[in-house]
Each structure stands twice: as structure tokens, then as C-alpha cells.
Design a binder for this molecule. Structure first.
Ligand SMILES: Cc1cc2nc3c(=O)[nH]c(=O)nc-3n(C[C@H](O)[C@H](O)[C@H](O)COP(=O)(O)O)c2cc1C
Length: 149
């Protein structure tokens, strides 16, 4: 599922956190599998992200495929890693905190891969991040240089 709430929690050990709605099928899958992957998609993949929100995981056996994305098993934990990802992490769940209607899932990074754009300070010369600016009627992202409608 698309997430905005993913955050870096610790460098050593390498920990990340994702706040996941308890009703989402992705959350249930992560809790059951005790592992997950995080992928960074380029702006060119906004249509697939839109489809990921429109297609409930509970109604399909392969939500990524249904959204138009491809995936393979990661080397470290065999989590589904998106082929189209510019960068990804494979994480094992090490902690969970229930916070109201969300679960803060903490993962230790077991495998990380990224293009050179993700060096120490993210300068992004080729990768174009998806900057979600929301909207109740349709999915909107911020595109530098493009005026808002
Ligand atoms: C840009 C964007 C960011 C989102 N971020 C989160 C998030 O951080 N946590 C979350 O629980 N849901 C988030 N959502 C909502 C889920 O991605 C959405 O409900 C998804 O369809 C759940 O699918 P599932 O039920 O198949 O798991 C986000 C949605 C969008 C469009």
C-alpha cells in the first residue's frame, strides 16, 4: 500500500517505522508475515499508486500485479520487492505499538538497495520523488515547475 508515514528511526541498528491502519489488508499481512519491504517509486508511477489505493488487497491475490506493477522475492527475507522501485528495503518486524487505529510497525533493515541518487545526501538528479499533496476527489502530487490547477 502507498504510505506517507514511513520514517527512519535509528542508524545503528538500522530501524524504520511505518504507521499502518489496522483495517488495511497490508497491515494484516505484515503482522502475519513478520516482515515487509518498502519501495521508493518514481513520479512516473503515480498511476500505479492510484490503482493501489483503488484496489483493496482483500479483493485480489496479487495487488501489485493488479495495479500494473511487477515484483520479485527479495534476497534477504523473500518479501515482495517491486521491480520498478528506484530504491527498496527489506525489513523484519522487531516491534509493534498500537496507537489508536494505527499500528506503528518497527522493522530492522536486512537488505537495502538504491540507485546512486540516494547517496549520503539525497540530491536526486534522476529520481523524481512522489510528493503527495492529497485531495478528497482525486490523487494529487506536487510536480516541480508545474503550476497547480
Ligand atoms: C499517498 C498515500 C499515502 C498513504 N499513507 C498511508 C500510511 O502512511 N499509512 C496507512 O495506513 N495508510 C496510508 N494510505 C492509505 C492506504 O495506502 C490505502 O488505504 C490502501 O488502499 C490500503 O490498502 P489495503 O487495504 O489493500 O492494504 C496512504 C494512501 C495514499 C494515497
Amino acid at each position: 500500500m502507498p504510505v506517507v508515514s514511513m520514517m527512519s528511526l535509528s542508524d545503528n541498528p538500522p530501524l524504520v517505522g511505518v504507521s499502518c491502519g489496522l483495517s488495511h489488508s497490508t497491515t494484516k499481512t505484515i503482522i502475519k508475515a513478520k516482515r515487509f519491504s518498502v519501495s521508493w517509486l518514481d513520479l512516473s508511477h503515480v498511476p500505479e499508486m492510484e490503482r493501489m489505493v483503488a484496489i483493496p488487497g482483500s479483493k485480489t491475490t496479487d495487488k501489485l500485479k493488479a495495479a500494473g506493477l511487477h515484483h520479485h522475492r527479495g534476497r534477504a527475507l523473500q518479501t515482495p520487492v517491486i521491480d520498478e522501485a528506484t530504491a527498496y528495503l527489506e525489513c523484519a518486524v522487531v516491534d509493534r505499538y498500537t496507537l489508536g487505529d494505527h499500528e506503528l510497525i518497527v522493522g530492522v533493515v536486512r537488505e537495502a538497495k538504491a540507485t546512486a541518487d540516494f547517496r549520503d545526501y539525497w540530491t536526486f538528479s534522476d529520481y523524481r520523488p512522489i510528493l503527495y499533496v492529497g485531495s478528497p476527489d482525486r490523487f494529487r502530487v506536487y510536480e516541480p515547475g508545474r503550476s497547480r490547477d
